[in-house]
Design a protein around this ligand. Structure first.
Ligand SMILES: Nc1nc2c(ncn2[C@@H]2O[C@H](COP(=O)(O)OP(=O)(O)OP(=O)(O)O)[C@@H](O)[C@H]2O)c(=O)[nH]1
Ligand SMILES: O=C(O)[C@H](O)COP(=O)(O)O
Length: 211
């Protein structure tokens, strides 16, 4: 059974609020859309993608890139979004759960996670910048309590160990590079030619021009 890739992205006026000091609301929303497109380019090359979002424009963007879309009536948080995305799959479908702010992932990063899931392992990728979780992979028939939020990686790790499942931790690479804060934006700009970096360059040029 192929691994279903599930991307959860909220968007909307509160998107990336931690970058409000350096990006306008319009630019933050444009960045979220560009990050989603960058993720979809990698994910659709690896398998079937489901995008769950409360934002119609992001659902339309995802559908344009060939993803299945689930529209939330309103955002109830990342855990609820992933739970709904999981329920939308057949019960014996393995899944790779991806928050929608990982624009630097490539198909090779996802293939590594998919192979480990096919091998029966729970996949966990810690977020580099904080104690969060960048991605969770669940083999067919394996459930794990979803506890995205503060200190989430430690809690997901404990739950996976309690489930007595083989574990595959992806310590390095773009699955742990979520874009949340102004200091993350520099890393995005340095990473090269992505849609997200192009949006940032357009958004930040006025600041650089006046520097
Ligand atoms: N579909 C969906 N995605 C969500 C929801 N809450 C958070 N996300 C996504 O989960 C990922 C990680 O969440 P955050 O880092 O908090 O993203 P964010 O809320 O845009 O950023 P901040 O405003 O700085 O918290 C982002 O891609 C969010 O868009 C939700 O209720 N529904
Ligand atoms: O672990 C988590 O909750 C996700 O990685 C989101 O964390 P963040 O809000 O720090 O991006």
């Amino acid at each position: 059974m192929s691994v279903a890739l599930v991307i959860a992205v909220r968007g909307g006026p509160l998107a990336k609020s931690r970058c409000a000091g350096v990006l306008s609301r319009r630019d933050r929303q444009a960045l979220v859309a560009a990050m989603l497109e960058d993720m979809l380019e990698a994910a659709t090359a690896v398998g079937a993608v489901t995008v769950i979002t409360p934002t119609l424009e992001l659902a339309d963007l995802a559908a344009h890139h060939g993803a299945r879309t689930l529209l939330e009536h309103q955002p109830f948080g990342l855990n609820a979004a992933f739970a709904a995305g999981r329920r939308a799959q057949a019960s014996d479908t393995p899944v790779l759960l991806l928050p929608g702010d990982l624009p630097l992932i490539g198909s090779e990063d996802l293939e590594q996670a998919v192979q480990a899931i096919h091998g029966g392992a729970v996949v966990l990728a810690p977020s580099r910048a904080d104690d969060g979780t960048g991605a969770i992979g669940l083999p067919a028939g394996v459930e794990l309590p979803l506890m995205f939020g503060p200190d989430s990686f430690r809690r997901h790790l404990a739950a996976a160990r309690a489930a007595d499942r083989p574990l595959h931790i992806i310590e390095s690479g773009p699955l742990g590079l979520d874009i949340d804060r102004p200091e993350d934006l520099e890393r995005l700009l340095q990473a090269g030619a992505t849609r997200s970096a192009a949006v940032l360059r357009r958004a930040l040029v006025p600041l650089e021009a006046t520097a």
